[in-house]
Design a protein around this ligand. Structure first.
Ligand SMILES: Cc1cc2nc3c(=O)[nH]c(=O)nc-3n(C[C@H](O)[C@H](O)[C@H](O)COP(=O)(O)OP(=O)(O)OC[C@H]3O[C@@H](n4cnc5c(N)ncnc54)[C@H](O)[C@@H]3O)c2cc1C
Length: 357
């Protein structure tokens, strides 16, 4: 069994864990990142299609209200472009009637990263010490000892695959997921556990689609690509094109409950039929199509996570940003007291956890 002692253990290699790692690197503090999946990025997931990068997780940032994101994007030398929103919108009623409606600009204005959100992840990874990331390392147990914390990697109820010890741990994953899947010894208080379980993971119950085309047929008829539907399977659609060249794209979210999204082929067929009804027949023939169901990702969602249009008011669970006398600091976007659930919140929570560690 692998055993390692280190200054800081970061659990989770999403944006908050990786940003915390970069901040520690700047302070010359050694750390290891334990990431459950075989890839970094967590909810940031971007495909690639001939040099275009469709985001299957987050795609927007909001320069007017995201100062930390803006600073990071600038420091990492990444470029962005404004979400296309010119033209009229479409609205589909529950019985399938499609109407053209007034288009609108999002307020504050939404931007996308030119090479996809994954640019944040790949560029940050280049800036931390080689060998500090351990993929395929799901943490199953965290145990408090007198002056350090033991972190076991492996599947619950089995012999750990690896064990790490450190005086400090940064827990950089959604609180609900941590409370539902990691054994804490000694037990966390009842209040804290309940507060963590109640805190829905933002977008964890969602599924997202992305369709790419050689031409933007909707723009040619004066449509912005924005659409809302009461019928589904898509509830919300946007233009997801490359800045101003091929490929053009439509992207958006499903509005059916996670438990009813079992037949991916049937859902895909229904999405293409719906796109044709809203934008015309050529919308049913994308050159490339992506479908990502986040509710099926065991390192993002639990059975409690469902699609929701309401953004919860996030704050540290039970008012706590740390446990066990500060030995375990909580990061993860949902623990931020501002912009919780968003990329900006992931950065803010990581900065707070590193400052307090
Ligand atoms: C479809 C979708 C669209 C979104 N759109 C936007 C948007 O447009 N703008 C925006 O600002 N935000 C958006 N978000 C939210 C945004 O993605 C998150 O705020 C952000 O990525 C959270 O980062 P995080 O590091 O806090 O958490 P996560 O990205 O969830 O990272 C947690 C990490 O911990 C790992 N992990 C889990 N369990 C364990 C374990 N036991 N041991 C070790 N590792 C573990 C996971 O694999 C993951 O890598 C969207 C999210 C989704 C899913």
């Amino acid at each position: 069994m692998v055993r390692q002692t280190i200054d800081t253990i970061i659990i989770g290699g999403g944006l908050s864990g990786l940003y915390a790692a970069w901040l520690l690197t700047q302070k010359n503090m050694p750390f290891v990142i334990l990431e459950a999946r075989g890839r970094m990025g967590g909810r940031i997931l971007t495909a690639e299609h001939h040099g275009f990068f469709p985001d299957l997780g987050p795609s927007w940032y909001w320069p007017e209200i995201n100062p930390k994101m803006m600073q990071l994007i600038q420091t990492l030398g990444l470029k962005g472009y404004r979400q296309f929103e010119q033209g009229k919108g479409r609205f589909e009623t529950s019985n399938g009637l499609v109407q053209t409606v007034r288009g609108y600009s999002t307020e504050p204005v939404s931007w996308r990263l030119t090479r996809g959100m994954t640019g944040l992840i790949t560029t940050l990874m280049e800036k931390i010490p080689h060998g500090s990331i351990r993929l395929d390392s799901p943490v199953c147990e965290i145990e408090k000892k007198k002056n350090h914390v033991l972190v076991n990697v492996g599947e619950p109820e089995e012999m750990p695959k690896a064990q790490f010890r450190a005086p400090r741990v940064i827990l950089a994953l959604p609180p609900r997921l941590a409370a539902a899947t990691i054994l804490f010894t000694p037990d966390l208080s009842h209040n804290l556990t309940q507060a963590m379980l109640r805190m829905g993971t933002w977008m964890a119950g969602q599924a997202k689609f992305y369709a790419l085309y050689p031409e933007a047929c909707w723009r040619q008829t004066g449509l912005s690509g924005q659409a809302f539907s009461q019928r589904g399977p898509l509830g919300e659609i946007h233009d997801g094109s490359n800045r101003d060249q091929v490929p053009f794209g439509l992207t958006g979210f499903l509005n059916i409950p996670a438990a009813q999204r079992n037949d991916e082929k049937a859902i895909t067929r229904a999405i293409l039929t719906q796109l044709a009804a809203i934008y015309g027949p050529s919308a049913a023939q994308p050159t490339q199509f992506y479908y990502q169901d986040w509710a099926k990702e065991k390192y993002t969602a639990t059975q409690f996570d469902q699609p929701s249009n309401e953004h919860p008011l996030y704050q540290p669970p039970a008012g706590q940003t740390a446990i066990w006398d500060g030995m375990v600091q909580m990061a993860g976007s949902e623990t931020a007291d501002q912009h919780g659930g968003y990329l900006e919140g992931a950065l803010a929570s990581a900065a707070r956890a590193v400052a307090n560690a």
